[in-house]
Design a protein around this ligand. Structure first.
Ligand SMILES: C[S@@+](CC[C@H](N)C(=O)[O-])C[C@H]1O[C@@H](n2cnc3c(N)ncnc32)[C@H](O)[C@@H]1O
Length: 210
């Protein structure tokens, strides 16, 4: 009987090998074909694996996976958890669910809330990494809590300006969490007003609570 190979999407967690599941490490070590960001391949890949960097050419990446899938499983590394803003969405648009196996990882958002000893069951989890967020998601409601993925354009200073315009108070608590799990991890506590004048923290998790 012909074997059907699968795309194995592995969540590598926030970055440090300390925060990856043992099953994910074993899957990566056993992979013949590995796809991921340059940083993920540098950290988790081994020299004898066939690799493909995930770049802006998503169609090229999907074609590479499709081609290798004819003869073996293809392991795709994504940061954090695959279910939260990752390449999994594009893969599900291309391959049937039965052809995809997902190994979860610790999301950067989970680690950010853990660092603050805050629950996230009552938070709105939002990505502004390469996208906007709807006004109603960002609008102030007393007791509301946000966990936001940031990027270069939608950086914390820019997002703080949007939140003030959406009625959040000047003194709302903000935590900016960068390089989570790495030696150079930073968790900075500020007010929302202070955040408008704070540069950097691109590619971070921004937690806001009033
Ligand atoms: C494409 S999203 C991927 C999210 C990922 N699937 C997750 O669950 O964390 C990339 C964004 O995740 C956040 N991120 C990923 N790793 C991070 C880390 N180690 N520290 C802080 N933020 C991180 C940043 O906001 C970055 O812009």
């Amino acid at each position: 009987m012909e074997h059907t190979y699968r795309v194995v999407v592995v969540g590598i967690g926030p970055g440090s090998p300390d925060y990856i599941l043992p099953v994910a490490s074993r899957t990566i070590a056993g992979a013949k074909v590995l796809v991921g960001s340059k940083r993920a391949l540098d950290t988790f890949g081994t020299p004898n694996q066939v690799t493909r960097i995930i770049d802006k050419d998503i169609k090229g990446v999907l074609d590479f996976i499709e081609c290798h899938l004819a003869s073996q499983d293809v392991v795709v590394l994504v940061s954090g958890d695959p279910g939260f803003y990752s390449m999994l969405a594009a893969l599900r648009g291309h391959f049937a669910a039965e052809r995809i196996k997902v190994i979860p990882g610790i999301s950067s958002v989970q680690l950010a809330f853990a660092r603050l000893a805050e629950v996230w069951q009552d938070a709105s989890l939002i990505s502004m990494h390469g996208r906007k967020a709807a006004d109603d998601v960002l609008r102030y409601r007393p007791g509301h809590k946000l966990g936001i993925l940031t990027d270069t354009q939608h950086n914390p200073s820019h997002i703080a300006g949007i939140l003030l315009a959406q009625g959040w108070p000047d003194n709302a608590c903000v935590w900016l969490c960068s390089n989570l799990s790495y030696d150079n991890e930073v968790v900075a506590a500020l007010t929302l007003a202070e955040t408008t004048g704070t540069p950097g923290f691109e590619h971070s998790v921004m937690v806001v609570k009033a």
